[in-house]
Design a protein around this ligand. Structure first.
Ligand SMILES: [Zn+2]
Length: 78
């Protein structure tokens, strides 16, 4: 298991997401951003909008995924 924070994934806070793969933590971040939006948390709105546009334009977003996967791969196992 590895841990990435909301901030490492482009968000504004230090909430930690644990996962076996980069996809796990990206999905956890997506859920976290959705929940924040629902709660009316404006600090997460920009990150939420970016994540939404990634789902809409997956090809344009490949660079971001690659960066996140690389960042995840570089993390020490916890
Ligand atoms: Zn957050």
């Amino acid at each position: 298991m590895k841990t990435m924070t909301c901030r490492q994934l482009g968000g504004p806070c230090e909430l930690e997401h644990c996962g076996e793969s980069a996809d796990d933590v990206i999905n956890a971040q997506d859920k976290h951003l959705k929940a924040a939006e629902k709660a009316g948390d404006s600090t997460h709105q920009e990150a939420r909008n970016e994540m939404k546009s990634r789902w809409r334009h997956p090809k344009k977003s490949l660079g971001w995924y690659r960066d996140m996967k690389q960042a995840f791969a570089d993390l020490p196992e916890s």
